[in-house]
Design a protein around this ligand. Structure first.
Ligand code: IPM
Ligand code: MN
Length: 374
């Protein structure tokens, strides 16, 4: 029997509550699909920082590196505590630090409408909203290049540079092409393809999201690299959309998307839009992946700490459970991941809404429903 070592960072606010439900479901899946789980909890987060002054240091990372994956709730402070910590401190020294130091260069964010979930978009169904955004996760404007000069003067200059090298672009595109190729078979190609494309042997569509009309340098590189790589993937139809148009189309015609690949900043923005379209942050799961051999990936619900809901057993754990499914699937337990996904799809129709406090069930009850549906 295989045993997986999971580092658990419950974090702040409702993080521990949703992670608790994710672990509950994982344990039930482990029993059913006969694999072992060993978890260790790490205290990183805003509360821990206020109490100890500690963020995440090299020794912590050396320890985390020994695990097969990291399961993260949410990090952030609210109220009086938050006022004492400048914006960016926790983000840059915990979440982004782990993403960068573990070279988690892919941020995978499925946009999937589960059955019974109300989307703010009229007329969509689980069949017409089921795509994945591959967000580049360690480059671009998040790299931190740039600076401030003449601070506090009328001539103050601030810059933040949008930088990519070919290597970063290529490895992100490679992951996206491979994912697109794997998502469909010749027998059941992506439903959004034209009859001509299907006849020509296409089974999937990869849409590059950029801004080649303004950010000509950076997205010129992305586009050239994508076109070159497309030659290696004859079954994947390569499409391109500007980021502004993609926002429009994610609302007006989500059925045209299969896999979207984009840079870090655009990916950050469009995946929150995607989360809204799929029914909100209560259902949106994500993974920060280092898909390379020996890489340690980190899985998290996209949502934050929801301070108003802390300790009330009212927050939606579906996103955290979805993140657990992503995690165990990527670790190799594909059947267990599919079973958790199916159990989520059986649970969402039983919920009144996906909103905190309005689910018709408590947090722990939703976790129980998913675990029992496995
Ligand atoms: C996300 C978040 C982070 C990001 C923040 C908290 C730094 O918004 O995971 O999308 O910008 O990547
Ligand atoms: Mn974000």
């Amino acid at each position: 029997m295989k045993t997986y070592n999971i580092a658990v960072i419950p974090g702040d606010g409702t993080g521990p509550e949703v992670i608790g439900e994710g672990l509950k479901v994982l344990k039930a899946a482990a029993k059913k699909f006969k694999f072992g789980l060993r978890t260790k909890v790490f205290p990183f987060g805003g509360k821990h920082y206020l109490e100890t002054g500690k963020l995440v240091d090299e020794a912590d990372e050396a320890e985390l590196r020994k695990f097969d994956a990291i399961y993260l709730g949410a990090i952030g402070l609210s109220g009086a505590g938050a006022k004492n910590v400048a914006p960016g401190i926790l983000e840059k020294n915990i979440l982004l630090k782990l993403r960068f130091d573990f070279d988690q260069y892919i941020n995978l964010r499925p946009v999937k409408l589960y059955p019974g979930v109300a989307s703010p978009i009229a007329g969509v169904s689980p069949e017409t909203m089921d795509y994945v955004v591959v967000r580049e996760n360690t480059g671009g404007v998040y790299t931190g290049m740039g600076g401030i000069m003449m601070k506090g003067t009328p001539n103050e200059i601030a810059s933040q540079e949008w930088v990519y090298n070919r290597f970063q672009v290529d490895r992100c595109l490679r992951y996206a092409f491979e994912l697109a190729k794997k998502r469909h078979t010749k027998k059941s190609p992506f439903r959004g393809l034209s009859a001509e494309a299907k006849a020509a042997g296409k089974t999937a569509r990869l849409t590059l999201c950029g801004k080649t009309n303004v950010l000509t340098n950076v997205f010129g590189l992305w586009e050239r690299a994508a076109k070159e790589m497309a030659k290696e993937y004859p079954t994947v139809e390569l499409a391109y959309r500007h980021v502004d148009a993609i926002c429009l189309l994610m609302v007006q015609d989500p059925g045209q998307f299969d896999v979207i690949v984009t840079d870090n900043m655009f990916g950050d923005i469009i995946t929150d839009l995607g989360a809204a379209c799929q029914g909100g942050l209560g259902v949106a799961a994500g993974g920060n992946l280092n898909p390379d051999k020996g890489g340690v990936s980190m899985y998290e619900p996209i949502g934050g700490t929801a301070p108003d809901w802390t300790g009330r057993n009212g927050i939606n754990p579906i996103a955290a459970i979805g993140a657990a499914a992503l995690m165990i699937g990527n670790l190799g337990e594909t059947k267990a991941a599919e079973a958790i996904e199916a159990a989520i799809a059986k649970t969402t129709p039983k919920m009144k809404t996906q909103l905190a406090g309005q689910m018709g069930w408590t947090t722990t009850q939703v976790g129980d429903l998913v675990a029992k549906s496995l």
